[in-house]
Design a protein. Structure first.
Length: 188
């Protein structure tokens, strides 16, 4: 496939923890891209790339200076997009992240590249499990109770809060393994 007509998939966060599950996701992504004749442009921060290598071959690797950060600032986004456009001739048809902690950076790059992406508010919500459960509950989708540990009592006992951060009574203990009983208020 000639470079000037190549179709590209941008993969944000090309390093992995090395777990079996993540290796499987990356291999599935590679297979899917190859079947669709998409070249892969990997994007990651400089620091993770010093200690790990991408688990799949990438056709281009764009490095964001510095250590991992949960988001990209405007300057980093602009620089990464300019480098992608310069080094990956053709059309970027998708941008994705396989790792949850790279979803926000992917959203920022995807929008700048003109591909589809979830917005930042959606990503922040899905990454905040108690708040996500509360939003689903308010939309009428039954959810198990979800609490946050908001501190510790003087004796070291955890203090719990709801999605809004309001203190709540200590939850009852979880049922024993293999138990079929459900605790009131804790059923899915």
């Amino acid at each position: 496939m000639p470079d000037d007509t190549s179709a590209w998939a941008v993969l944000v966060g090309v390093t992995t923890s090395g777990s079996h599950a993540s290796a499987h996701w990356f291999q599935g992504f590679l297979k899917s891209c190859r079947e669709r004749k998409l070249r892969i442009c990997g994007v990651d921060f400089h620091e993770p790339l010093q200690h790990r290598t991408p688990p799949i071959p990438v056709d281009c690797l764009v490095t964001v200076p510095g250590p991992y950060a949960s988001g990209l600032d405007a300057e980093q986004t602009t620089a990464a997009v300019q480098e992608i456009r310069a080094r990956c001739p053709g059309e970027v048809v998708l941008s994705t992240a396989l790792r949850e902690n790279y979803q926000l950076q992917n959203s920022q790059l995807a929008r700048a590249l003109g591909t589809m992406a979830n917005d930042d508010a959606c990503i922040r919500l899905i990454q905040d499990k108690p708040a996500c459960r509360e939003a689903l509950r308010q939309a009428g989708v039954r959810q198990p109770q979800s609490l946050r540990i908001i501190g510790a009592a003087a004796d070291g006992t955890p203090l719990f809060g709801n999605a809004a951060g309001e203190g709540v009574k200590t939850p009852p203990p979880a049922p024993a393994a293999g138990s079929s009983s459900r605790l009131p208020g804790w059923a899915a």
